[in-house]
Design a protein around this ligand. Structure first.
Ligand code: ACO
Length: 187
C-alpha cells in the first residue's frame, strides 16, 4: 500500500469510498474544491495488488431507475484506492480573525484494509502538510460519539483533544465530538 497526494483524477474514487464507508457524503464539486484549493493537503492510499479482495463495486440507480454498476476503485489501470483523507484550510469568512487552521473533512479506509495503520499514516501526512505547506496552527474535526474506531484513532493515537459535544450535529440526530489538535513544530 502506497500513500500519495490526492489529485483531481482520484476524486471519483474518493467519493465512492466515502459512499461505501460513511453516511456523510458530499457532492463531487466539494471534493474538487478541496483538491484544487489545497492541492497538497489531501492524500490517498492505493494498492497495485488488484487481486486483493474486498473492494466491492458500487451499484447506483440512475434517474430512470436503472441500476448502474461502477467499478471506480481504480484510480489508474492497475491501481486501486483503499483509503483517503480529505482536508482543507478553514476559509470561513466569519472566522478571519482566527489563526490559520485546518479541517479534516473526511477520512476512511476500505474494510479489508483496516487495522493496518493506513488511517494513521494518512492523517499524519495530512497534518504535516497542513502545518508545513498551509501554516495551520491547529486542526479540527467532528466525529460521531458512537464511532469508537475513529475516536480511538484521533484521541489516543493522534492526541486530538475533545473540545465540546455538538448536540444533534448529524442529520440523524447523533451528537458529535468537536476535536482539535495543536500542530507543534517537532511533529
Ligand atoms: N477499534 C478501536 N480502535 C481502533 C479501531 C477499532 N476498530 N480501528 C482503529 N483504531 C484506532 C487504534 O487506536 C489504532 O491504533 P492501534 O492499531 O495501534 O491500536 C489506531 O486507530 C490506528 O488504526 P489504523 O489502522 O491506522 O486505522 P484504520 O486504517 O483501520 O482506519 C478508520 C480507521 C478510518 C476509522 C476506519 O475504521 C474507517 O474507515 N471507518 C469507517 C469510516 C469512518 O468512521 N471514518 C472516520 C469518520 S470521522 C471523519 O471523517 C472526520
Amino acid at each position: 500500500v502506497t500513500i500519495r497526494r490526492a489529485t483531481i483524477d482520484d476524486i471519483i474514487c474518493m467519493q465512492n469510498a466515502n459512499l461505501h464507508n460513511l453516511p456523510e457524503n458530499y457532492m463531487l464539486k466539494y471534493y474538487m474544491y478541496h483538491v484544487l484549493s489545497w492541492p497538497e493537503a489531501s492524500f490517498v492510499a492505493t494498492t497495485t495488488d488488484v487481486n486483493e479482495p474486498g473492494l466491492e463495486d458500487l451499484t447506483l440507480e440512475d434517474g430512470a431507475g436503472k441500476q448502474i454498476k461502477l467499478n471506480s476503485n481504480y484510480v489508474a489501470p492497475g491501481e486501486k484506492l483503499v483509503g483517503y483523507v480529505l482536508t482543507k484550510m478553514n476559509d470561513d469568512p466569519d472566522q478571519q480573525n482566527e489563526a490559520p487552521n485546518g479541517h479534516i473533512t473526511s477520512l476512511s479506509v476500505m474494510r479489508t484494509y483496516r487495522r493496518m495503520g493506513i488511517a494513521e499514516k494518512l492523517m499524519r501526512q495530512a497534518l504535516f502538510a497542513l502545518r508545513e505547506v498551509y501554516q495551520a496552527d491547529y486542526v479540527s474535526l467532528h466525529v460521531r460519539q458512537s464511532n469508537r474506531a475513529a475516536l480511538h484513532l484521533y484521541r489516543d493515537t493522534l492526541e486530538f483533544e475533545v473540545l465540546t459535544v455538538e448536540k444533534s450535529y448529524y442529520q440523524d440526530g447523533e451528537d458529535a465530538y468537536a476535536m482539535k489538535k495543536v500542530l507543534k513544530l517537532d511533529e
